[in-house]
Design a protein around this ligand. Structure first.
Ligand code: PXG
Length: 285
């Protein structure tokens, strides 16, 4: 059976799922998106993902041509028609087809695309042994230029950082902000553990407010751990006891080396392992 893709109210076979080459989503990266997981047939933190999608759209003055309720239903339908219970959902809203000029007012029909797929998980080894990352020279977008809070279709900032990381042999890369502070990785948020305390950069460091980040903060606090959102420098990373990343695809993944320096004793730390376990329990009850 061919994968069925939702485009603006209808399901199409993958081969027939097409949008216009005049869509400003393609021409200019003018649009927004979400990456969402489903576990055991339940969509993880769906209201939070929908809220973030609507805030991203509002930030670029894009009106999503359906209600959150209908979007939620379409997401569950996309899972059902493709018989997916544990998977990954990509929601894309484009500005729609317009002219070859930038003017978004000349685009009349924003497109809503929902792709439900099986998820390609990171190798289990990464969760057991931890990940090595590098700090890259590409700075995270200046918030006054293009806010990292917007999950827009223009991901070149992150892609350039990812390319630099890959060239250094790392599948994830650490990005600093314009102030030289630690911001986030190309598709994951970063956390440190220091003296039993969990710290992560605040939103005003110029980061995406990750849904997994919020979930992990909730889980950590519910288990009695202190979590602080404070500015972090590379120095803090290098002297941390533990480091881990959070993201929709990665969930919680330990980092054991940054810029060739071992973090802590160079193995996944106890608090990281505890949070990985609690996150796993929370998503697979
Ligand atoms: N920061 C950035 C810049 C991201 O793009 C995260 C943090 C983590 O956020 P969530 O809400 O996922 O906890 C992201 C995640 C993917 C994928 O396939 C993920 C993202 C973008 C593109 C692909 O995992 N964003």
């Amino acid at each position: 059976m061919s994968t069925k893709i939702f485009i603006s109210g209808r399901f199409y076979d993958k081969e027939d799922a097409k949008i216009s080459v005049f869509d400003h989503g393609l021409l200019y990266g003018d649009g927004v998106f979400e990456g969402i997981r489903s576990y055991g047939g339940k969509v993880f933190r769906l209201p939070e993902h929908l809220d973030r999608l609507w805030y991203s759209a509002k930030a670029i003055l894009l009106e999503i041509p359906m209600t959150k309720d209908d979007m939620g239903k379409a997401i569950y339908e996309a899972l059902a028609v493709n018989k997916i219970t544990d998977g990954y959902i990509r929601v894309v809203v484009t500005r729609g087809a317009g002219t070859l000029g930038l003017d978004p007012n000349r685009c009349s029909n924003p497109q809503v695309i929902i792709i439900a797929d099986r998820i390609q998980l990171y190798p289990q080894e990464l969760y057991e042994k931890g990940l090595e990352i590098v700090t890259v020279s590409v700075l995270r977008n200046h918030p006054a230029a293009l806010s990292p809070r917007i999950k827009s279709l223009n991901y070149l900032n992150n892609i350039l950082a990812k390319i630099e990381g890959l060239k250094a042999g790392c599948i994830e890369a650490l990005m600093l902000n314009h102030k030289g502070e630690v911001a986030e990785c190309t598709g994951d948020n970063i956390f440190l553990v220091r003296g039993g305390r969990i710290i992560t950069p605040p939103l005003d460091a110029g980061i995406l407010e990750g849904i997994t980040r919020d979930a992990v903060i909730d889980i950590a606090r519910a288990s009695g751990r202190e979590v602080q959102e404070i500015a972090i420098t590379k120095h803090d990373v290098y002297v941390a006891d533990e480091c881990f990343l959070t993201g929709t695809a990665a969930e919680v993944v330990p980092v054991v080396k940054v810029d060739s320096r071992p973090i802590g004793d160079g193995a996944p730390g106890p608090i990281t392992c505890e949070l990985m376990k609690r996150f796993h329990e929370a998503t697979r009850q």
